[in-house]
Write a protein that binds this ligand. Structure first.
Ligand code: SF4
Length: 307
């Protein structure tokens, strides 16, 4: 008897598998401290959000189910995602993140204010290591471990992901841990967390580390808009060199087409159909020296940070 295809091999199956995962996440109450915090934040909102109806439940990931870019954050903000019901929506971190995603052609608009604001992600999926807002943005190791199975399941379903951006050390580590748990091959050199540092694994997936666009980092100048845009411009170039698994391999002048695995073409970012026409920054040619990802802010603005 022929083996049944996994749900992630067809669009309808993938959609319903993601919907089932979403329902499980939204109903979760496994971490008493985080459940109490997400609900208390909704019960006593700051003056500017008084009268708003908070989501006050765990947040599922969102985006394009066939995305080649996966963005892994830390956790929702108590008055951001926990209020609006969508990750990185309605807070300052989201302003920075969607500016950079839009610049690189992954988002239809540079802002994310409410769930019904018309934002669409293209070839990108946003998720987080922890689904409930933690007090002081600090989940405990036990809470991170309790939430990890949801991320693992998401990774299993999002099989087109070729580039992963870890926002902050916790998001970056969550992806590395998930790979280990899933038995995926390790990198030949130990991954290193530094802004813009990339690690490519033997299965062709590249993990890029980024400072988290938290106010702690953006207010102090540890992370600038140019630094964050640089990470997603790099992600765009890597995504454009890959292809979705199961897609027919297009023969690209100057490139080499392969059956199975990652297509090792030399297709330039400017030829990427996903990027073409989306945004001037999306299909840009390789960066000049001045455009390369700044890994550190200007010396005058540098401060120690925790994320
Ligand atoms: S953080 Fe994750 S595991 Fe904990 S209650 Fe929220 S969804 Fe459940």
């Amino acid at each position: 008897m022929a083996a049944r295809p996994s749900p992630c091999h067809n669009r309808a199956g993938l959609g319903s598998a993601l919907a089932r995962l979403r329902a499980r996440i939204i109903a979760c109450r496994s971490c008493p401290r985080l459940v109490a915090h997400r609900e208390a934040s909704a019960a006593v909102p700051p003056r500017r959000y008084r009268g708003e109806r908070y989501w006050a439940r765990p947040l599922p990931g969102f985006g394009d189910p066939r995305a080649r870019l996966l963005v892994v954050g830390l956790a929702p903000a108590a008055h951001g995602g926990n209020r609006t019901g969508r990750m990185f929506t309605g807070d300052r971190s989201g302003d920075w993140l969607f500016d950079a995603l839009h610049h690189a052609g992954f988002a239809s608009q540079p802002t994310s204010r409410r769930r019904a604001d018309g934002l669409r992600l293209r070839d990108a999926w946003i998720t987080a290591a922890v689904r409930c807002a933690p007090p002081a943005n600090r989940p405990s190791p036990e809470e991170i471990a309790a939430c990890a199975p949801y991320f693992l399941e998401e990774l299993r379903l999002l099989r087109h992901a070729r580039v992963v951006v870890g926002l902050g050390r916790i998001g970056w580590q969550a992806y590395l841990r998930a790979r280990r748990t899933s038995g995926l091959p390790r990198a030949t050199r130990a991954p290193r967390f530094a802004h813009g540092a990339a690690t490519t694994f033997p299965d062709g997936v590249t993990l890029i580390a980024s400072y988290h666009p938290s106010q702690q980092n953006t207010f102090t100048g540890r992370l600038t808009r140019a630094m964050l845009r640089g990470v997603f411009t790099k992600a765009r170039r890597l995504v454009c060199r890959s292809r979705r698994l199961g897609q027919p391999i297009a023969r690209v002048p100057g490139g080499r087409a392969r059956a199975g695995g990652v297509a090792r073409t030399t297709r330039p970012a400017s030829a990427c159909p996903a990027a073409a026409g989306l945004h001037p920054g999306a299909a840009s040619p390789p960066p000049t020296r001045r455009e390369r990802i700044p890994s550190t802010p200007p010396a005058r603005a540098r401060r120690p940070g925790t994320r």
